[in-house]
Design a protein. Structure first.
Length: 256
């Protein structure tokens, strides 16, 4: 049994194979807005949530056995592929989990409170999730993004009230700008904003914050184990900041 994340097929030595695939969120369209998490409506549960944060997690899983049954080349080692639909989280991506957890832990530790301005560097979905959570909690949010971010995501950030800071040269086509330099520019901009804001500024810093992985240790990992009955052989995940693969990987290794 194997577990996977995107569409990278690989096989192992065991006869029964299980893949877990993660639908991480939208890349272009944000037109669909879901007011109820379908995974929480099964068994007659028609709970109406007071806010979007109540819908976090418990995302459904979808078997792709009908697809693999039509595919050749597996022989007797046909895999069980399962997709976990993280796009059904609030803010339409898996990044809602660490966004909520990082801010809630910062609140518990007294790092943030009324009047705090959240500053975070992001290339996309974390910024959107952080914008939604900040708006719901009453914090100003300054996402630091770069010119490679699609206009649809920039528009969505502004819908959530984010004060967007864009790094890069607007006169140069985005595809011609160096990603490494843009990342350096984002980091420098975060540091500048924090200096300007003084005690009112706070950066969750998803790249170095253990609560990023912690969100998946306490939610995504346990969900997977329960939904798949503990039958997981491997998980393939995108690297990104390392929070998702680190958190889920640690939990699964400790419990399977």
């Amino acid at each position: 049994r194997f577990a996977s994340s995107l569409c990278w097929p690989f096989l192992g030595s065991q006869t029964a194979l299980r893949f877990v695939m993660f639908a991480l969120g939208p890349s272009r369209s944000f037109a669909t807005f879901r007011c109820l998490n379908p995974s929480k409506l099964r068994g007659g549960n028609t709970q109406v949530f007071e806010d979007m944060l109540g819908m976090l997690g418990s995302t459904p899983v979808l078997s792709l056995d009908k697809l693999t049954n039509q595919m050749s080349g597996f022989g007797t080692r046909r895999p069980n592929i399962t997709v976990k639909l993280e796009s059904m989280n609030p803010a339409w991506s898996v990044k809602a989990r660490p966004a909520v957890h990082m801010l809630e832990q910062a609140e518990k530790r007294g790092y943030i409170g009324p009047g705090t301005v959240i500053v975070e560097s992001s290339s996309g979905n974390t910024a959107i999730a952080m914008a939604m959570v900040s708006a719901m909690k009453g914090y100003r949010f300054k996402p630091v993004v770069d010119v490679k971010m699609p206009q649809a995501k920039l528009d969505l950030l502004r819908v959530f009230g984010a004060e967007v800071e864009i790094v890069g040269d607007p006169r140069v086509p985005p595809e011609e700008q160096d990603m490494v330099e843009l990342k350096k520019g984002r980091r420098a901009t975060v540091e500048r904003l924090l200096l300007e804001l003084g005690d009112n500024g706070f950066s969750p810093n998803q790249y170095a914050n253990p609560d990023n992985a912690g969100a998946h240790i306490i939610s995504t990992g346990p969900e997977l184990l329960e939904q798949l009955g503990g039958k997981i052989d491997a998980i393939v995940l995108p690297i990104s900041t390392g929070g998702m693969i680190g958190g889920i990987g640690r939990f699964i290794k400790e419990h399977v």
